[in-house]
Write a protein that binds this ligand. Structure first.
Ligand code: SF4
Ligand code: SF4
Length: 384
């Protein structure tokens, strides 16, 4: 049985967050349950993109600061890092406000630009290898500082998905290309989590993101920090708070299948979960698509599966989405005519529905929409 701690936290004031993080860790046995003095511990915040803290794209620097101070007080030698989806790690850390805190506290920057392969066994026993950031490999242990957000591909991005950033640079996009099916992609996330094996997960849900997450959604106050050793249980509790069936989150099923934790019979400790329930949280409450499409419908998948759409009026023609698109050998979107007179145009026949373009657009111009035929099929079959 797994334990998840919930601690109310009404703001990002430094002292408030420090007290809440301290209380959460104490309820799981204190810092001694996670680190020994002198160990090299990596803090892994969510630094998806170079965005300001108030946009709720990244783990808030106040949560990073609290965790860093508490584990430094326990004698850990700290480093930090993440591999953003598009930006350089140093730039993302600076804009997210994390670099400034790290410099103040003497937390060193871990290498998230070079990687070394690490092997793990799938549930069926077959070995599989992933290029893991050297900064992760060089640490004795990892503490995952994840963010409470929605996600177009996996419904939520929380504890389990935070480890995707342990792959460097374009390796993350390559993972999408090799595993376009959401369930398969989630099974790879579970394997990466098994390799890097965080000792503790702290989820920043003081201000969460709803709607078009993980970067284009809206900040929403949830006023809570979650703590657990079990990423499956933690994500399942996040689902409970937002009235989302955990069965709709493929990372939860795949994490549980790999033995990373359990969504069932979770013990809740700390403040009552009812204090933080938000049933109108804006999240898609239906299963993800993928190979679950019936075989007869597969030729029509471009008209069924939700697809990215650019709002031309919001598009600044920066080209980030085009550069981020991992589709091979030809990208699935391009500027018409090669110039930048108009917004990029999609070729949905090449699109693998990874939604990296939506994730990376710095101007919130890309949204994910289900085509009319897909909406009709959804109604008729009660699926997708
Ligand atoms: S859709 Fe977004 S990322 Fe793509 S060119 Fe327009 S503003 Fe840039
Ligand atoms: S167009 Fe967007 S959703 Fe399609 S493959 Fe490229 S990045 Fe992924």
């Amino acid at each position: 049985m797994s334990t998840v701690v919930l601690i109310g936290c009404s703001s990002y004031k430094t002292d408030t967050v420090y007290a809440a993080v301290r209380a959460g860790i104490e309820l799981l046995g204190g810092t001694a349950a996670f680190v020994k003095a002198g160990e090299k511990i990596l803090l892994k915040p969510n630094m998806l993109a170079a965005r300001a803290p108030e946009l709720a794209v990244t783990t808030h620097p106040a949560v990073f600061e609290a965790a860093a101070r508490i584990f430094q007080e326990a004698g850990a030698i700290l480093s930090y890092g993440d591999s953003p989806g598009y930006d350089r790690p140093a730039h993302a850390a600076r804009v997210a406000g994390i670099a400034e805190i790290a410099e103040k506290l003497g937390v060193s920057v871990a290498d998230f630009e070079t990687a070394a392969p690490a092997q793990v066994a799938e549930a069926a026993g077959a070995p599989v290898s992933f290029p893991i950031a050297k900064g992760v490999r060089e640490a004795d242990g990892l503490i995952s500082l994840c963010k409470m957000k929605t996600h177009s591909l996996t419904r939520i991005t929380g504890a389990l998905k935070n480890q995707l950033g342990c792959l460097t640079g374009f390796e993350k996009a390559r993972l999408h290309v090799r595993n376009p099916n959401p369930q398969k992609f989630s099974s790879r996330l579970a394997l990466i989590t098994k390799i890097v094996n965080p000792r503790l997960y702290i989820m920043d849900g003081v201000t969460a993101m709803e709607g078009e997450g993980p970067s284009g959604g809206n900040p929403v106050g949830m006023g809570v920090l979650l703590f657990s050793r079990d990423p499956v249980a933690l994500d399942a509790v996040f689902c409970r708070l937002i009235d989302l069936d955990p069965a709709y989150v493929p990372t939860i099923a795949e994490g549980q299948a790999l033995g990373l934790g359990t969504k069932d019979g979770v013990t809740l400790v700390g403040d009552p979960a009812e204090n933080f329930v938000k049933p109108d949280f804006d999240v898609v409450r239906k299963p993800v698509t993928g190979d679950i499409l019936f075989r007869p419908l597969r030729p029509l998948k471009n008209s069924i599966i939700p697809r990215p759409v650019i709002a031309a009026a919001k598009c600044e023609k920066c080209g980030v989405c085009v550069r981020a698109c991992p589709a091979e050998p030809v990208k699935a979107l391009a500027f018409p005519g090669g110039g930048r007179a108009a917004a990029p145009v999609y070729d949905y026949s090449r699109c693998i529905r990874c939604y990296c373009c939506q994730e990376m657009c710095p101007h919130r111009a890309v949204s994910v929409k289900t085509p009319l035929f897909g909406r009709i099929i959804t109604r008729l079959l009660g699926k997708f």
